[in-house]
Design a protein around this ligand. Structure first.
Ligand code: ATP
Length: 236
């Protein structure tokens, strides 16, 4: 059984249905990327998984259904979202943002150790620990958003277009770090990304989303070899 098993997921906004029955799996420790054009429903999928919008269909995580659970309960189960546009608390300091990420935890010493650790991984966060998040650069805010999500010690990290609006050199650094976190901690990653080349570089498997449906899924190698995928997503 996979760590995350999504079957027939439908969701939308009011009467407008955006997802029309998504099937998707992520195995323990795996990196899975979701590719799709603008408006395909990638962000909506991530929101439904994080419990931020209502859905129908089945989401099973670590053997237990998530349907109907509140977002913070889902965090407690081991899923953490890095939302599109970062979503840090701009008037809280870097340190306060990190503490918010650990809001459900009670292990004070371990929380402090984790803060230390993520400041090691993202040294700019330590340099700016007392600064309001809103004053950070885009790249620093994205790193803070990732570090904050990791503060809940998730088994599955959902990342919604982490490269958006960032300079290529920052994006490369961020992806290297995500790959490292996956490798060293075994944290599974579900990644939505416009930059297909980059995403395929760290992914094990791909799901291709078109207008609210998964139209193809499989290992990265299959996608790299697929002509129409190359044309549509890799700019060939
Ligand atoms: P993008 O790459 O542009 O973020 P996406 O694949 O993530 O695309 P979604 O953001 O999931 O796509 O949007 C899917 C559809 O849902 C779009 O048609 C969008 O206009 C619509 N939509 C998104 N958010 C809302 C909202 N809050 N209210 C109403 N419709 C929405």
């Amino acid at each position: 059984m996979s760590l995350l098993e999504v079957t027939g997921l439908t969701a939308g906004y009011g009467p407008a249905r955006v997802l029309h029955g998504i099937d998707l799996t992520v195995d323990d420790g795996e990196v899975v990327v979701v590719l799709g054009a603008n408006g395909a429903g990638k962000t909506t999928t991530m929101r439904a998984l994080a419990g931020a919008i209502p859905h129908q269909g089945s989401i099973v995580f670590d053997g237990a259904p998530l349907t109907g659970l509140r977002p913070d309960t889902i965090v407690g189960r081991g899923i953490s979202l890095v939302p599109q546009g970062r979503g840090t608390f701009s008037h809280l300091s870097v340190l306060e943002n990190l503490r918010v990420g650990a809001a459900r935890r009670r292990d004070k010493a371990e929380i402090a150790a984790d803060i230390d650790r993520w400041c090691e991984v993202f040294p700019r966060l330590r340099e700016r620990s007392g600064q309001e998040a809103g004053t950070l650069s885009g790249g620093e805010q994205q790193m803070l958003a990732v570090a904050r999500a990791l503060m809940s010690r998730p088994r599955l990290l959902l990342c919604d277009e982490p490269s958006l609006g960032l300079a290529p050199v920052i994006v490369a650094e961020l992806f290297r770090t995500l790959a490292e976190i996956n490798r060293e901690q075994g944290t599974a990653l579900l990644l939505v990304e416009q930059n297909a080349e980059l995403a395929l570089g760290i992914a094990d498997r791909v799901h291709l989303l078109e207008v609210g449906r998964v139209v193809a899924a499989g290992p990265v190698a299959e996608f790299r070899d697929n002509e129409s995928v190359r044309r549509a997503y890799l700019g060939d």
